[in-house]
Ligand binder design. Structure first.
Ligand code: LMR
Length: 395
């Protein structure tokens, strides 16, 4: 019965991990999956996370199921982190929040909610976008639309983006990256966000904001600007959030789905539908990551340690951007790579073609996504000279 099942294509991002592991070249460089790495190329557990885990080992008293919506303390702590706590203008009762298995889980549940319960079945994603977005929405039976994000010159195309949004049909879902756009690293300025907000409001679109890199752009609050702008001024917004990167707990699958509704009655109806969807797909989320995050956020000592660690990760990536540009300038390629210092977050869109990416992998053991996206955190003071030489030789 299984003889006609063909091989599925390799995942364009996660597939790189296996190939990298098998590569015996001692100079190999992994710029693939979006994971934070230190100068030695390791992704250590953050100190704040270790401390919270040590405490949990002694204090956790049960492994019984948690509800479909997950850990309530975690949900409220993350809601404050995302929507701004005391300063937020949004009544918490208007928000349905559910802990999900990572940001991907949140997106998949959101897709299912849209497919089952909303009138419009179309989700617009930026072109380019995270490689998994165009698969997640059709998997729930939704139609996919694309709006321009980067122009032929390899720079951000805000005019194209806003013009396309102005022509989207009322009620359609508009996916936005809150910060650290994946894969390009190009983010909107505050005034550009306000322009997007005005059009979204006028066109009566439903924003679905993917917020996976909080703290990696400019800071925890700055990175939430567009989320708060939309959530405070529109009656309906969907937010998918991830703690994977901000807390470095990738494998613990810790995310959330927030649905901001017009009033508490609507939020509760949404919440009941989300519980149904969750029950049918995975019943309830894993617990560990949510306990870690809520422990950190409720302790002022752990919270400040975590914030310091997150700030230093962000600063290191910014420093690497500078170093990389200097190294490329040394090869006379400053103009080609100048935008690396305008981009933010983990990723940079290098403009390298799939053929160049292939050559870098085959001839130099440098691994990056075939769209030319690099994970900046995979660079180091040590490997940048080799990397720059390799890129220069294929440019
Ligand atoms: C990435 O874009 O590299 C990360 O979000 C990891 C993933 O799941 O693709």
């Amino acid at each position: 019965m299984f003889e006609n099942i063909e091989w599925a294509p390799e995942d364009s991002i996660l597939g790189l991990v296996e190939s990298f592991k098998k590569d015996c070249n001692s100079r190999k460089i992994d710029l693939g999956v979006g994971i934070y790495k230190d100068e030695q190329g390791n992704s250590p557990v953050m100190h704040a996370v270790k401390k919270a885990e040590t405490w949990l080992i002694h204090s956790e008293s049960t492994k019984a199921y948690i509800s479909a919506h997950g850990n309530t303390d975690y949900c409220y702590a993350v809601m404050r982190l995302v929507l701004g706590g005391e300063a937020s203008l949004i009544k918490p009762s208007r928000v349905s929040i559910t802990q999900t298995p990572g940001g991907t889980g949140a997106l998949r549940v959101a897709a299912e909610l849209i497919a089952r319960k909303l009138h419009s079945k179309k989700v617009w994603v930026p072109d380019p976008t995270w490689a998994n977005h165009p698969d997640i929405f059709p998997a729930a039976g939704l139609e996919l639309g694309r709006y321009p994000y980067v122009g032929v010159d390899g720079r951000m195309d805000f005019e194209g983006m806003i013009d396309s949004i102005k022509h989207m049909p009322e009620g359609d879902v508009l996916l936005l990256h809150a910060c650290c756009h994946n894969p390009t690293g190009f983010d909107l300025s505050r005034s550009q966000w306000r322009e997007v907000f005005e059009v979204v409001k006028a066109r009566r679109l439903l924003p679905l904001i993917d917020f996976a890199y909080q703290g990696f752009g400019s800071g925890l609050d700055d990175d939430a600007y567009c989320v708060r702008l939309m959530a405070e001024n529109l009656s309906e917004v969907i937010i998918t959030h991830s703690c994977s990167k901000s807390f470095g707990i990738y494998r613990e699958r810790t995310g959330s789905l927030m649905v901001v509704a017009g009033n508490s009655l609507q939020a509760n109806s949404v919440r009941s539908q989300v519980a149904l969807i969750v029950r049918q797909i995975y019943s309830n989320p894993p617990s560990h990551g949510s306990l870690v995050v809520s422990e950190i956020l409720k302790s002022s000592e752990l919270s400040s340690l975590w914030r310091e660690e997150l700030d230093s990760m962000r600063s290191r990536i910014q420093y690497l951007r500078q170093l990389f540009l200097e190294a490329m300038s040394g090869h006379g390629l400053e103009n080609k790579f100048r935008s690396v210092i305008e981009q933010r977050g983990m990723f940079s869109y290098t403009g390298l073609s799939p053929a160049q990416v292939r050559m870098l992998r085959d001839n130099f053991s440098v691994y990056m996504v075939n769209t030319g996206r690099v994970n900046m955190a995979g660079m180091s003071q040590d490997n940048i000279p080799y990397l720059a030489k390799a890129i220069a030789s294929v440019s």
